[in-house]
Design a protein around this ligand. Structure first.
Ligand code: PLP
Length: 321
C-alpha cells in the first residue's frame, strides 16, 4: 500500500489519508467523517483542546501520565489542574477532579481502560486512547466515552503509521469541521493561524496496512500476556466488564532494580514504565501517582517477541520474585 502511494506520485495528505480515516471509523464503529488524521498524538491532543476553546480554561489531567498532556495544555493556553491516580489503578481518579475544571483529559494507561460511561460529567472530556486502541468498556470500543477521543500511532504504541501519527474522533460534526478546517492551512484567505499538523498519504498507507493486521497484533500481545499470567506474575489488570488490550505487561513489585538488572544481564530491556521524576506534579501532592512509580516494572510485550524469549524472561523474573 505504501509502495502504491509512492508510485502514484502523490505522497502528501490526500486520498490515502481519507481512506485511513474511513477505515479507522469502521474499526471503531463510527460513521464516516468522524475521524481526523494528524501528525502525532500530541497534535491530536492540542487540536482537541483548541476545538474545545481551552485557552484560559482549567484543564484536568493526571499527574501520572505522558508529558504530552502537559505540553498540549500549555500550547493551547490552558491552566493545568492535576489529578492523582487511584489506589488500585494507575488511571486517574475521576472522582477527585477539581470543581473548577472546565475540561478533563482522561488517558487509559497501559491498555487498561476505565469505564466512565456511567459518570455524568458536567465538563467536556477528551478520552486519551493513545495506549488503548481496541480496548472495550461495557462492550464498546474506547474512543468516544467523552466528547473527543485521541489516538497515537507513535512507533511504540499499539500500531504505527511509520513512526509518528495521530487520530482524533468525535461524533460532534462541528468539532470535526473545525479540526478539518484547521488542518488545511494552504491556500486560505482568512489569515487565521494554522500550524501544519497533517498526516501524509505515505503514513496513512502504512496505517491502513497496520490496521488490517491489528487483530493479529492484539492476539499475539494477549498470548504473551497470558504466558506471564500462567507464570503467576503479579500483573496489573482490570475488573469485569472491561476488555483490556495488552499494551503493557506491568509487574507489580517493589523489586524494580533487581528485576531490571537481572534482565539486563541477559541483554533484555525492561523499564520502570513511568519514573518519579517524570510525574507531572510533586509527589507529596499526588501520593498514589508517586506509589505507582515505585512498584511497577514494564516487561517486554510486543507482537514480534518470540516465545523462547518470553520463556527466558519468565525464568529470570521468577528467580528474582
Ligand atoms: C504517547 C502518548 C501521547 C502522545 O502521543 P505522540 O504520538 O507520541 O505525540 C499522549 N497520551 C498518551 C497517554 C500517550 O501514551
Amino acid at each position: 500500500m505504501a509502495l502504491q502511494v509512492i508510485q502514484s506520485g502523490w505522497v502528501a495528505q490526500g486520498k490515502a489519508v481519507e481512506r485511513f480515516e474511513n477505515e479507522f471509523c469502521d474499526f471503531l464503529g463510527l460513521p464516516y467523517g468522524s475521524a481526523v488524521a494528524v501528525s502525532s498524538g500530541t497534535a491530536a491532543l492540542y487540536l482537541a483542546l483548541l476545538a474545545l476553546d481551552a485557552k484560559g480554561k482549567n484543564i484536568a489531567f493526571p499527574a501520572y501520565s505522558c508529558s504530552a498532556l502537559r505540553n498540549a495544555t500549555a500550547l493551547a493556553g490552558g491552566n493545568p489542574l492535576l489529578v492523582d491516580s487511584m489506589l488500585d489503578s494507575p488511571n486517574m481518579d475521576i472522582y477527585t477532579i477539581d470543581n473548577n475544571a472546565n475540561i478533563a483529559i482522561i488517558p487509559h494507561m497501559y491498555g487498561l481502560p476505565q469505564d466512565f460511561t456511567k459518570h455524568n460529567f458536567k465538563i467536556s472530556v477528551i478520552e486519551d486512547c493513545a495506549q488503548s486502541l481496541g480496548a472495550r468498556v461495557a462492550q464498546t470500543l474506547v474512543g468516544l466515552q467523552g466528547n473527543i477521543g485521541i489516538f497515537s500511532f507513535y512507533a511504540t504504541k499499539l500500531m504505527t503509521t511509520g513512526g509518528q501519527g495521530g487520530m482524533i474522533v468525535s461524533r460532534d460534526a462541528s468539532i470535526i469541521n473545525e479540526l478539518k478546517d484547521y488542518r488545511l492551512f494552504d491556500r486560505r484567505f482568512d489569515a487565521k493561524v494554522r500550524f501544519n499538523f497533517q498526516m501524509t498519504d505515505l503514513q496513512a498507507a502504512i496505517g491502513s496496512a497496520q490496521l488490517q493486521q491489528f487483530p493479529n497484533f492484539l492476539k499475539r500481545r494477549a498470548d504473551i500476556f497470558q504466558q506471564y499470567q500462567e507464570a503467576n506474575f503479579p500483573l496489573l489488570d482490570v475488573g469485569q466488564d472491561i476488555q483490556p488490550v495488552r499494551f503493557r505487561a506491568i509487574l507489580r513489585t517493589t523489586k524494580q532494580n533487581e528485576i531490571i538488572t537481572a534482565l539486563h544481564q541477559d541483554n533484555i530491556s525492561a523499564v520502570i514504565p513511568l519514573q518519579d521524576l517524570e510525574l507531572l506534579g510533586p509527589k507529596e501532592v499526588y501520593p498514589n501517582a508517586y506509589a505507582w512509580t515505585k512498584n511497577t516494572v514494564s516487561l517486554p510485550i510486543y507482537p514480534s517477541l518470540k516465545d523462547e524469549d518470553v520463556k527466558r524472561i519468565i525464568h529470570i523474573v521468577k528467580n528474582v520474585l
